[in-house]
Each structure stands twice: as C-alpha cells, then as structure tokens.
Write a protein that binds this ligand. Sequence first.
Ligand code: CDP
Length: 213
Amino acid sequence: MTRAIAIDGPAASGKSSVAKVLSQKLNLVMVNSGAMYRAMAWKILQLGIDPNDAAAVIAALPTMDLECGVDTSGKLSTVGFDGQWLSDELRSEQVNNAVSAVAKIPELRTILLKKQAAYLESYDVVMEGRDIGTVVFPETPYKFFFKASEKIRQARREAEGITDSIAERDKQDSNRKTAPLKPADDAIIINTEDYDLDGVVACVIEHLETLGW
Ligand code: CDP
C-alpha cells in the first residue's frame, strides 16, 4: 500500500521547500501539482489562446497531452509536452499571470486530478498544491496546510527575483467554485513564519509520527 502526505497552502507559503526535504528524508516522490497547472497555462499561452477564454481553453484540451513523470533522482515529479520537460519557463511572469485563470476550469482540473492520483499507484508521495487534502487525497490522514502573512510571502518571492502578484492569485484560488484553496477539516495548520525551513520540517515529522506514519 502506498501512502500520501498532502501539503496545501497559498503561494510562497513554503510548501515546495518543505516537500523537497521531506521527499529526501522519508524517501518519497515529491509531486508539485502546481507545476502541472503551470505547464497547462504555459501551453495555452504557446497556442496563442487567451487563458481567460474558458471555452477556448476547453476546446484545446484534447490536443494538450501533458506528460507527468519522475526525474532521474527518482525523487521529483516532472512535467512536459512531446518529450520535452519544462522547468524555468513555468515560473515566468506570463505563466504566473495566467495560471489561476486556467486552474479555475473544472474540465482541466479533472484531467490533472487523474494524473495526480496516478502517482500514488506507483509511489509513496508528498504532494503539494491547493486541493490535495480536500480533493486529490481526502482519505489520507497526513494532511498539512501552511500559512504565512501575505507580506512575508510576497517578500519571499521578491527575494527569489520573481515578479508574482501572489495576492491576486490567492484571491482567485480561494474564490473559485471548483476545489478552492482551503484547509481540509482534519488538516494540521502550520504557520511557517514561526520557524525556519528545518523547523517546519521537524514540526511536520513530529506530527507524522503522532499520526502513526
Ligand atoms: O509555487 P506557488 O505556491 O506560487 O504556486 P504553485 O503551487 O506553482 O501553483 C500555481 C497555481 O496553480 C496556483 O496559484 C493555482 O492557481 C494552481 N493550483 C491549483 O489550482 N491546484 C493545485 N493543487 C496546485 C496549483
């Protein structure tokens, strides 16, 4: 039986950094579900489609064959199209501005949900995103929700040299009808401002042990 750790939270709340360390320490595949939404947004822009035109995005879905895998380290998820893995292009300002509009579309989410669930058929995973505890793996007992003030999160992105209007994305992600950003009822909430990276990792591991991991 494979197991899943779900980590949800708003932009720049520390999910990816913590999930990467956990994947090493606990020998899991770290699945960045946001990269899947970013890859779809990137492709929509490549196709010259307006990400806010939901009908046009839906019409293009059958032609968009997102490939999801695991990198050579065996620890990190990968996304791509036509055998080309995507990485830096997924963090561009254009993708930052397009991704939440695309992520609102239920038809697109249904496609990605299947790809996310498929990882658990082969691997133990730590998956991070917005709806992992509520929609993707609601049955896992290992659910975390990270939060941090908007000021801190915006500063983290600026320190990375990334232009990202995270407040706008958070608003769209929290207010959408399908799979909005919110903690699962049984998620453990961690304010990542209270700790450094090692501290958050230690806190998560402590909770996992209490939960019988
Ligand atoms: O890295 P950051 O936290 O800024 O964002 P991300 O995890 O790369 O996710 C990018 C966008 O994808 C989010 O703003 C959401 O619109 C969407 N997303 C989602 O809707 N559901 C998920 N499980 C993961 C991401």
